[in-house]
Design a protein. Structure first.
Lengths: 850, 173
């Protein structure tokens, strides 16, 4: 056994030992003694050491001569279990609590405090010594002192008789998240709840400057009473429980915590709070999908995938995972720490979407909604992104396009993005692949294709590098680079489109190939202006749409036959009309007239331009808001030419709603949602349809989804506030209205009227009247409120018994009131409908009338 | 730029350790009748981790060195468990049915060796590393030379010196 007095050589002594031995060992054995006596005459201990060394040298016995083969049983033998009654420090072992892949956790009792504890032994590695371990243990103590409900405290760190460190902590009843995950992914709400709790605990630690470093399902404990406890702060690397190894046939068996490591951790770089953000992102991903975002055939391959350039796969489009949540996870899994949430507190806020923290209001109230919600949406807001087709079952490969940053100036980066967008548009039009653009950046399923575009080189000679790879596989299939020259913009778009298709195994007919190269303007400047317009249009603010119109105008002035630019300008004009925004220097009639001229021009140049048909459909709807003459046909043409355009389906559905053809509307909405599962506005429209059918619960469910996928969409919150108020949930309505109001300062009326109905539901008529007054002042166009503004304020006015106000608003809204006839279908209008004034408005507004 | 392994030895060490433990675990739980030698363990770990060297480890030898270190840890952990068991039996005579056996002695010797090797490393890192490779990593002279960037002659001399010193420190001579 070990000898506590064993000689520990200092550097000087060791030098002498090694020098003497190396000479002596080369001497003939019979001369060694004499030589040693001469060399170290006054140091018998040293001479004795050397003699024994020489003896050992000539022996074939001893542990070192045998090698490690005889030690195999020590490794292979199951871990000996401490028997009940064994004393470990101040604790008596009672039994085994659980076995992880790497160690046993014991139930024990504290002899002094007479309380139950759980004991875990820490593991150290040779060489690194205990200094590092002690630093970590100090950190663990600090973390356990946080006294946070989501942080498991540590009672004591002790040392056992055989020199092993252990920790004593409370015994929790329940299971680890790792155990829970063995039965597959969790429901979204549960996953979000657990993620939020872990983030809460981490936030407290980060606040105190403590990093966990090993956030994994194995370290996340779910107690029986539903509390989430984060275990093993700082010391997880020493407890061994972090190792998933041997835990079963799970996807990460043997991979240790490698799948949860951040890229900087995997590289061995210094880490900060953002490493925990990453790991929690992986945990969320795992909870939501049951899978790991980065996994290779071996730990090494997993590690390579984590620290390599490939982005995490996208969650978006997974059935049941809301878009906002997919984006939160995606951001947590940004390769660059700077792109992630700054710390757990930031991640916690992002997870605190109101859509998930509230419950359905009790369904008892059978008030029927003033059922116009969906229809009036026709003229408010666009469905974001046309090239956003995902989530449907189909033979078509799914292609995710994204830009991966890099070097280069802002304008070069914008050009690169615009090129990619245009390539995406072209691919979508072909319908050969489902295309998800970077705006819905997220997390691909295995087997999707990613085309990532980055800028390299210096800004005087920028180079575009496109890498195509298949998710679930490491390494790029193919990487190609081209110089980014404005003069080559057309070629670059074709190059990107072709590259994406070839790599995802799509073959094209010659005609389809030609279409990839079709309709480029003769002038590069024209193309560039067109791309800039597309980019601006995505922002969908009044200023950006006006700027987009100017860019399209410039594009068509440079090339008078550039159909896409002409059609898009018409489309931009239709958006301005829809949303009730003013074009400087033009009346509404002029905006409409010029838009119609442009769409006619585009169609005369190319009668198969889907853009032009879509623009025309919008414009026809704006021109005849009651009867929509010609609009449904134009929408159907646009859809036939571009059958993967979610926006076109949505708007077509709106038109059918206005015309009272609810079945057709419902079908169109469903198709739009299929193509774009996170289309919040479509969900709001479907909720309106459900209200019409008297399905209040379904309506609330749809609105919850809408808020979940689009948590910053003011209108969805305002509509939910109304429906909640009608359902008698005054508190929920108030909260939604309050959340909605600051989100869209340009369009406050829905939120203001939502406040009014919420107060009505709460019984505070004075407050309701005050909110109604603000709503009346807030109309975007003073003379002509939009239908949804009108509808929501009329509802509030009727609730307050202010019929004259309701009629006044209805009257003022008529010029834009595509769907006013709906208002009269609601029971609350029964009384109003009897008045001559109301009857007159109804007669004009009902498209089904003569 | 330093090679990635030297930048993240902790990570690689963790991988190697986990791999060795997993393999041992797999054997004892899934194939109780199977025998797996320590050499098999090392080879398996190498096989699993070797893609690292193709992907980004310029220095394959470095990886071997880390596997050797991990093997040392795995063995020491096993030895600790064994000695705890022995002490438990000694202290609880009513439960004692097992006399210390060959493995128990091996465990004690390993723990002593581990401490002595720590002492050696404190004054002579290179020679301690040679022992780690040759003994715990089961490497021959050439492999050790490659792993540590030394000549084979140096490895031979170092091994002979360190082995002799450790043996006498352990009271084997």
């Amino acid at each position: 056994m070990s000898d506590p007095q064993r000689p520990r050589p200092d550097a000087g002594l060791w030098q002498r030992i090694s020098a003497l031995f190396e000479v002596a060992v080369d001497l003939p054995p019979e001369r060694r003694d004499a030589w040693l006596d001469a060399e170290a005459p006054d140091d018998p201990a040293l001479r004795d050491t050397i003699r024994r060394m020489l003896l050992a040298d000539s022996s074939e016995n001893g542990i070192l001569a045998q090698g490690i083969a005889p030690a195999a049983p020590l490794v292979l033998e199951p871990e000996a279990t401490l028997a009940a009654g064994t004393r470990v420090g101040a604790f008596d072992v009672i039994g085994v609590l659980g076995r992880g892949g790497m160690g046993t956790v014991y139930a024990a009792r504290d002899r002094h405090l007479d309380r139950p504890v759980a004991l875990k032994f820490l593991q150290f590695r040779p060489g690194s010594g205990r200094e590092a371990a002690e630093r970590l243990i100090a950190e663990a103590r600090a973390a356990s002192a946080l006294d946070h409900p989501n942080v498991a405290p540590i009672y004591q760190v002790g040392e056992s008789d055989d020199g092993r460190y252990f920790i004593a902590m409370p015994q929790f009843e329940g299971e680890t998240l790792r155990a829970r995950l063995r039965s597959g992914p969790l429901p979204v709400a549960e996953a979000v709840g657990i993620g939020r709790a872990v983030a809460d605990g981490l936030a407290a630690a980060h606040q105190a400057g403590i990093i966990h470093r090993d956030v994994t399902p194995g370290n996340t404990f779910l107690t029986r009473d539903g509390t989430v406890k984060l275990l093993d702060f700082g010391i997880a690397v020493l407890t061994g429980d972090h190792q998933d190894g041997g835990a079963g046939p799970g996807a990460d068996a043997g991979a240790g915590t490698v799948p949860y490591m951040s890229p900087e951790q995997a590289r061995g770089d210094p880490v900060d709070a953002r490493t925990d953000v990453w790991s929690l992102g992986v945990v969320l991903y795992r909870m939501l999908t049951g899978e790991l975002p980065f996994v290779g055939s071996s730990p090494a391959a997993t590690l390579a995938a984590i620290r390599g350039p490939a982005p995490a796969p996208v969650l978006l489009g997974r059935t049941g995972i809301p878009g906002w949540l997919a984006r939160v996870v995606d951001r947590a899994l940004s390769k660059r720490p700077a792109d992630r949430f700054a710390d757990a507190a930031a991640l916690r806020s992002a997870l605190a979407s109101p859509g998930w923290t509230r419950r359905f209001p009790p369904a008892g109230v059978v008030a029927v909604l003033l059922a116009i919600i969906a229809a009036v949406l026709l003229l408010r807001g666009g469905v974001p992104g046309r090239n956003s087709v995902s989530g449907t079952s189909s033979e078509r490969p799914t292609l995710v396009l994204r830009t991966g940053g890099g070097t280069g100036s802002a304008s070069q980066a914008a050009l690169a993005e615009a090129l990619l967008e245009d390539a995406g548009n072209r691919l979508t039009m072909l319908g050969k692949a489902r295309v998800i653009n970077r705006k819905q950046a997220g997390i691909p399923l295995p087997g999707w294709y990613l085309l990532e575009l980055s800028l390299t080189g210096d800004s005087s000679a920028p180079v575009l590098t496109a890498a195509v790879r298949r998710t679930g596989q490491t390494g790029a299939h193919r990487t190609e680079s081209r110089e980014l020259r404005v003069a080559d913009a057309r070629e670059l778009t074709q190059w990107l489109s072709a590259l994406a298709l070839e790599e995802s195994g799509v073959s094209l007919t010659p005609r389809e190939q030609a279409s990839l190269a079709a309709d480029f303007p003769s002038s590069i400047e024209s193309y560039r202006a067109f791309l800039a317009g597309n980019h601006l249009l995505l922002e969908r603010t009044p200023a950006s749409v006006i700027d987009a119109m100017a860019q399209y105008r410039r594009a068509r002035q440079l090339d008078s036959t550039f159909v896409r630019a002409i059609a898009r300008e018409a489309y931009a004009r239709s958006l301005m009309l829809d949303w009730g925004w003013q074009v400087p220097g033009e009346s509404r009639a002029e905006v409409l007239e010029r838009g119609m001229e442009l769409s006619a021009l585009a169609l005369s140049l190319d009668s198969a331009s889907a853009d032009a048909w879509l623009a025309r459909a919008y414009l026809l709807a704006a021109r005849d808001p009651y009867h929509l003459t010609g609009a449904p046909e134009a929408f159907r043409r646009a859809i036939a030419l571009d059958p993967y355009n979610a926006e076109a389906y949505h708007q077509y559905g709106q038109a059918e709603m206005v015309l009272g053809r609810f079945t057709a509307a419902g079908n169109a909405y469903r198709r739009a949602l299929e193509l774009q599962p996170d289309a919040g506005l479509t969900l709001v429209s479907m909720a309106g349809l459900a209200e019409l059918n008297g399905q209040r619960l379904e309506s609330l469910r749809l609105l919850d989804s809408a808020v979940a996928v689009a948590p910053t969409m003011a209108f969805a919150l305002a509509v939910r506030a109304h429906v909640r108020a009608l359902a008698g949930d005054a508190e929920g309505a108030r909260a939604d209205a309050a959340a909605s109001l600051p989100l869209d300062p340009d369009y406050p009326v829905p939120a203001l009227s939502a406040h009014a109905v919420a107060e009505l539901a709460a019984g505070d008529t004075a407050a309701a009247a005050a909110w109604l007054g603000r709503a009346l002042d807030g109309f975007s166009t003073p003379d002509a409120p939009s239908p949804d503004e009108a509808e929501l304020t009329v509802l509030a006015a009727l609730g307050l018994g202010r019929h004259e106000v309701a009629l006044d608003v209805l009257e003022r809204a008529r010029p834009r009131g595509a769907s006013l006839w709906y208002l009269f279908q609601h029971p609350e209008f029964t009384e109003l409908r009897r008045t001559a004034e109301a009857r007159r408005i109804l007669a004009e507004a009902d498209p089904r009338g003569p | 730029m330093p090679d990635p392994v030297s930048r993240s030895p902790d990570v690689i060490f963790g991988l190697a350790y986990g791999e060795l433990r997993r393999l041992a675990h797999a054997v004892r739980y899934n194939r109780p009748d199977a025998t797996l030698s320590t050499t098999d363990l090392l080879h398996e770990a190498w096989f699993k981790l070797q893609p690292l060297s193709q992907l980004q480890v310029a220095d394959e030898a470095h990886l071997k060195r880390l596997i050797a270190r991990a093997m040392r840890q795995v063995l020491i952990d096993g030895a600790r468990r064994r000695t705890v068991r022995v002490r438990h039996h000694l202290e609880n005579p009513e439960g004692t049915t097992v006399e210390p056996d060959r493995e128990d002695h091996m465990a004690a010797a390993l723990l002593d060796l581990d401490r002595a090797l720590e002492d050696l490393a404190a004054v002579d890192e290179r020679r301690a590393a040679v022992v780690e490779c040759r003994f715990f990593g089961d490497m021959d002279v050439e492999e050790t030379a490659k792993a540590l960037g030394l000549s084979t002659a140096t490895v031979k001399r170092d091994w002979r010196l360190a082995r002799a010193w450790l043996a006498q420190a352990l009271g084997e001579a």
